[in-house]
Every structure is written in C-alpha cells, then in structure tokens.
Design a protein around this ligand. Sequence first.
Ligand code: PSU
Ligand code: MN
Length: 327
Amino acid sequence: MTEPILLSAEVAAALAAGRAVVALESTLITHGLPYPANVETALAMEAAVRESGAVPATIAVLGGKITVGLARADIERLAALPSGTVRKCSRRDLPIAVGLAEDAATTVAGTMIIAHMAGIRVFSTGGIGGVHRGAPFDVSADLLELGRTPVAVVCSGAKSILDLPLTLEVLETQGVPILGLGTDSLPSFYSRSSGLPVDVSVATPAEAAKVVAAARRLGAQHGVLLAVPVPAKDELPTERVEAVILQATAEAAAQGIHGKRVTPFLLGRVAELTGGESRRANLALLINNARVGGQLAVALCALENAGQRGVTARNDDRDGSSGPLRS
Ligand code: PSU
Ligand code: MN
C-alpha cells in the first residue's frame, strides 16, 4: 500500500513520455514571499521552466492529497491564504498533513521527497535551508534530505541569514556534491559569491547533467546541488545585506523565535529592512533558477535517452538477431 499522488494531466503525460519535468516548491509561496509577489513569482517560474522546454510541476499537499503540478487556481488560493494558516511541510510534517487532510506547503525537503516519489529528477528553488548562525543544532532538514533523496536541486546557495561554512560542512558529511554554474564559489543568495568554495565549477547545465546522470548510474541515494549565482545586474552588495541580517537575527533571538518559525521570520524581516532592493534580486534569481532547472532537466533527458539507445545497440549487435534488415 502506498500513498497515491495526484499528478496534473500535463505532468503525468510528460513523465510517461520520458520528457523533462522540473519540480517547484510551495513554501516560498506561503512563507517566503508576500502576496501578490508570491503568485507572480510562482507563475513566472513556471513560465521560465516552459521556456527551457520542460514541464513545471509545482508541489504541495492540498486537503491531504499529495499534489504534483498545481493548477493556477491552487497557486492563487495558497498564495492568498493568511500566513501562518498553511502548514510549512518538511519531512516530519508530511504524515501530519496527509493523515489529517490538511493544506500544506512543501519546503525544499518536502518537495524533494514528493518529487522523488513522482519520478521527477530536477527541482528549482531560491535558497535552501542550512545551519543557523549562533544555533549550530538548528540544522535544516533540507540538508539531511539532500543526503538521502536523489533529486538535483538548483538554487542560489543559501541566504547568509545562515552559517554558510557550517552548512557546507553538513553537506559534505551528507555526501552531497556541490556544483557551481560558471563559478568556483558558493553563491550566497543576494550576492554572487560567499567566498566559500564549491566542489566543482561547471560551464553549462549540460555539464551539470553529466554529474547528475553519473550519480544515478552509481546508484547514489543522495541529491546533487547545482548552485547558480543571482544575475549580476540584480546582485545586492554583501555589506548591505550583512547589516540587515545581523539586525534580523538579533530580533529573532530577542523575541524567542525558534523552530520552523525562524526562517520565515528572518526572510520577512530581511525583506522589510531592504525593501524593494532585495525583492528584485529574489525574483531575478528564482526565475533564473527555474530556467536553469529546465535546461538541466532537458539535458538530463537527452543524455539518458542517448544512453538507452547505446545499450540497445550493443545488445542488438551481440545477439545478432535484430534490426530491420536481418529478419
Ligand atoms: N530560504 C529562502 N527562501 C525560502 C526558504 C528558505 O531564501 O522560502 C524556505 C524553503 O522552503 C526552505 C525552508 O526549504 O525555508 C527552510 O526552512 P527551515 O530553515 O525551517 O528548514
Ligand atoms: Mn530549523
């Protein structure tokens, strides 16, 4: 007995035909961005995936049903719900949301789990969770999920609300390769570089696809991270962001905010304190990551379809019995 998944007709058809599909998360809609920027961004990300030739699959739990490929009306409904009324759904929340027939928005971890259940190999988002500054036991379940679920996650690193050096240590322990698209350095969300190294720089999404395909051939049970810097024209200066983050982190501590509320609180405060500037960078990188995710998914399909033809051809040669001219 396994939990059924509701797939949209378009996503079901794409998966059945072996075409490229990119998963998108829903926590950024309910807890990451304010209304109406959240709806606009979610729809713009779907459009960017399509422009790359892939099919978008925004994921959430709706009335307890695991849903892959939200309709526009579903996205609009989730986006307009008052913040705090939708469960933020990471790994431990999934049985609660499904068992109690709730609406829930999936985090990076929650989205990876469902994408993998549905057979989707690529997922695009903005920033992953990490290890919190000054609270090294507050390790996002996203990092552990990357260590246990084979989905490629396209992101702009993690926000520097987090302790990025410790975040990299946990990813190393979890066995997660980190690829930088056109960069040697881990991006820090609003800024193109954190100064910390990635494992390897790849020139194109197609080169990243070679690593993702190899991980699959190796039977890897872990994810791969493709880190993509925010487009240069939309970058925010590191110093500007840092001052705001220190203030927001201090406020969270003073107000006794903890657990799953920490990240949404910090995201909200940083957005308030940097105003429109941070929003522009945020939207630009989300849409760019959706486009890159589409390119990665398309390249992965091309590689693996070519690989399958290669295997068939060799088998044909060996048994010498097939091929149109031989019958
Ligand atoms: N970072 C962002 N924007 C977000 C999130 C993180 O810049 O919207 C969301 C993602 O859904 C991520 C989650 O999976 O927050 C991490 O929450 P936590 O730190 O509680 O694990
Ligand atoms: Mn946490």
